[in-house]
Design a protein around this ligand. Structure first.
Ligand code: NAG
Ligand code: NAG
Ligand code: NAG
Length: 378
């Protein structure tokens, strides 16, 4: 209940009293592995991801294929949603030099799936268009280790949650004042919330682009004086005129088991799976996979203020048990849990402030169990 209150208050505080439609739903973990069909199709990806959504997730995912027709289940609450959503994984570096993956907290207000994330689709004021089959995009940049001048504010953010979410009061929107774009610099009594906001303006033509980002942009001004963000306001530029829903991933990392193991010198013990101890490299990947016009129907009719799935009659809610049944076996045969000697892949810690560089040749696993080629649909 607390979590639910948190976000709706966040949305109100962001000045989005012109929210017309909102759906928010919990998703459990589909798989945690080094695969990224968007950035590195067909091969083992450089760093570890946590993936939610439909079980069509694969090494290669051809935009010509309708994911909703390939997937047979999804880890998200709405059956119609076979989209895939993924981010880097948070690790804790033990003072003795070993690494362990930080668990994710299931969403409280919406059932108890196994870890995962909560996904939001927000329509704020402007008329929105659901993206078409094959649409995909990334937000953020895994290589960043310092702030980008003139970056759209609030695209990714972290909040240090107090015990029972206490220090999140008064509730602030993602990117608002108590939030940071770097990892919190202190132990957090209730874990760390990370938010990932995607661009809302599409060129209306290309379902993807070579950098997986330039076919979409964030809206342009005005910046909200309270939050320092323009994500909930602003308009789409002429170059990218088609407004798509604002998609937000909310992840809660349960850092509490590690709070009494903070290094005595105060150095940051948490890092992302690409060797990022700053948080600037936070990024997310999105692959559209809704059935038919399901997303458009939902955005046209689901106006419950909290985005509670049970009020969205345009879509079919599935039970926690069904959600939790949908799983994929990792295809990359390497350990990702328990204490590890190194981060999976070749990911030495790179502190920045310059861009991180990709490292190879460390002997990390680069093969997968049997699967390589793309499933093609006749
Ligand atoms: C570090 O500590 C953890 C937790 O006690 C342990 O499992 C791991 O093996 C240790 N690593 C090393 C290199 O000693
Ligand atoms: C993944 O791709 C492989 C190779 O094309 C295919 O055999 C397999 O069925 C696909 N898996 C899923 C879940 O789509
Ligand atoms: C594969 C699957 O679960 N498909 C379902 C998606 O949602 C529609 C509408 O609720 C169902 O009819 C399908 O069976």
């Amino acid at each position: 209940m607390l979590r639910k209150a948190l976000l709706s208050a966040a949305i109100a505080a962001a000045g989005i009293n012109n929210v017309q439609a909102l759906i928010r739903f919990a998703c459990s973990q589909l798989v945690v592995e080094r695969i990224d069909p968007l950035v590195t199709p067909g091969v083992v990806s450089p760093h570890l991801h946590q993936v939610i959504g439909g079980n069509a997730f694969n090494l290669t995912m051809d935009p010509k294929n309708d994911i909703s027709k390939i997937a047979t289940c999804t880890t998200c609450q709405f059956k119609e949603n076979k989209s895939n959503y993924w981010t880097a994984v948070l690790f804790f570096k033990h003072p003795n030099g070993s690494y362990i993956r930080v668990p994710q907290v299931p969403n409280i207000g919406t059932g108890s799936p196994n870890g995962g994330m909560t996904v939001y689709y927000v329509q704020n004021g402007a008329k929105i268009t659901a993206p078409p089959v094959g649409f995909r995009m990334i937000t953020g940049n895994a290589m960043l280790r310092s702030a980008v001048p003139n970056a759209t504010p609030g695209v990714v953010s972290f909040r240090c949650l107090g015990k029972d979410f206490a220090d999140a009061e008064p509730a602030q929107p993602p990117g608002g004042r108590p939030d940071t774009i770097t990892f919190p610099n202190r132990p957090c009594g209730g874990g760390i919330r990370s938010n990932t906001n995607f661009p809302q303006c599409w060129d209306g033509v290309n379902v993807d682009s070579p950098d997986h980002a330039s076919h979409v942009v964030h809206p342009i001004g005005p910046v909200d004086p309270f939050t320092g963000m323009n994500l909930y306001r602003g308009t789409c530029p002429e170059s990218h005129p088609v407004r798509i829903p604002l998609i937000i991933f909310e992840t809660i990392w349960d850092t509490t088991p590690f709070n009494d193991m903070w290094p005595t010198d105060g150095t940051q013990p948490f890092l992302y799976s690409m060797g990022d101890p700053t948080g600037y490299g936070h990024h997310g990947d999105y692959m559209f996979g809704w059935e038919g016009d399901a997303l458009q129907r939902a955005m046209d009719t689901c106006t419950e203020f909290n985005g509670d799935p049970n009020y969205c009659k345009a879509l079919t809610v599935q039970s926690d048990a069904e959600i939790n049944k949908c799983r994929q076996e990792p295809r990359v045969e390497e350990p990702v849990d328990g204490y590890l000697k190194a981060l999976p892949g070749c990911n030495p810690i790179q502190n920045g402030p310059g861009l991180a560089t990709e490292v190879s040749g460390c002997g990390a696993v680069s093969t997968t169990k049997g699967q390589a080629a793309a499933p093609t649909q006749a």
